[in-house]
Design a protein around this ligand. Structure first.
Ligand SMILES: Nc1ncnc2c1ncn2[C@@H]1O[C@H](COP(=O)(O)OP(=O)(O)OP(=O)(O)O)[C@@H](O)[C@H]1O
Ligand SMILES: [Mg+2]
Length: 273
């Protein structure tokens, strides 16, 4: 059966299981609720004293709830810029961004901050933990900002740390933990607000290969439990843990494949960069 006959008119994207699916009932309207992220032609320029850097030049991506997506591409291709858009840290100069049914691209900074705190958990290459605070206090921090009472904070932080198998290390400070354990604290902190999306920019960039695999197992388990995960990585081995791989080049999507297609293409000498 051709895709044209089994999908209604309007915008089409590839679903988590690889079929073509309608994003909207008709073109130009809000995406249906199974699509957690939809970008339409988003562009981001930086003005460097008269010289314009075009970091994103029209990116169309649609991600379903519960997907696990890796984003690859050469240095400077726009990966972090795109993550900043998806994570509501920044808005595009052009195009639309819909997150969980909300049109984010036209929001004010205050609205953006509110959506970010509710919907997004971030994990960075450099962990970004408070050095003098224990693992527990680091994970409680987003709940302090959210005004959650102390007892509930502690309970939820313990639960998040237990989910990443750090229940035994909650009173350790970052310098009393291994690199992999530090990144697990950062993952617990990202999850404690129960975000709709976990965004990770090079989460294994500072870890050795054994520890990277350990962190990938944590992500795999979260994805299996239904957490939507989007991860930037330079390493094909890390990307192949995701179920879908998007490659950016010069600010546009150059490929968007199921993991199996990506792995087969790489095995035949295809480029990720
Ligand atoms: N704040 C900024 N001001 C000006 N130019 C910027 C800014 N941030 C990014 N850029 C430029 O935009 C382009 C995309 O940068 P971005 O950080 O998104 O790349 P990346 O794919 O994440 O690269 P890497 O793999 O090195 O992290 C680059 O040319 C970069 O120099
Ligand atoms: Mg980057």
């Amino acid at each position: 059966m051709s895709a044209a006959t089994d999908a209604p008119a309007g915008e089409i994207a590839i679903s988590a299981t690889g079929e073509r699916k309608a994003v909207t009932a008709s073109a130009g309207t809000s995406p249906s609720s199974e699509w957690i992220i939809v970008t339409r032609g988003i562009a981001r320029n930086y003005d460097m004293g008269g010289e314009i850097v075009r970091a994103l030049r029209g990116v169309d991506i649609a991600v379903m709830r519960n997907e696990y997506v890796a984003i690859m591409g050469p240095s400077g291709s726009g990966k972090s810029t795109l993550m900043n858009m998806i994570g509501c840290l920044d808005t595009p100069n052009e195009g639309e961004y819909w997150l969980n049914g909300q049109l984010v691209s036209t929001m004010t900074d205050d609205e953006l901050a509110r959506v970010r705190n509710k919907e997004i958990g971030f994990v960075f290459q450099t962990f970004n933990l408070l050095p003098r605070a224990t693992a527990l206090a680091n994970v409680e921090l987003p709940l302090v900002y959210a005004g959650v009472p102390a007892a509930e904070r502690r309970e939820r932080a313990m639960e998040a740390l237990t989910r990443v198998q750090l229940g035994e290390r909650v009173h350790h400070k970052p310098n009393e933990l291994s690199g992999g354990q530090r990144q697990r604290v950062a993952i617990a902190r990202a999850l404690v607000n129960r975000p709709s999306i976990l965004l990770a920019d090079e989460p294994t960039g500072n870890l050795d290969s054994t520890t990277s695999e350990e962190i990938m197992r944590v992500f795999e388990e979260l994805a299996q439990r239904g957490q939507t995960v989007i991860m930037v990585t330079h390493e094909p081995d890390i990307a192949s843990h995701a179920r879908r791989v998007v490659v950016l080049r010069d600010g546009v999507v150059s490929s968007d494949e199921r993991k199996e297609q990506f792995v087969a293409r790489i095995a035949q000498g295809g480029k990720t960069h």
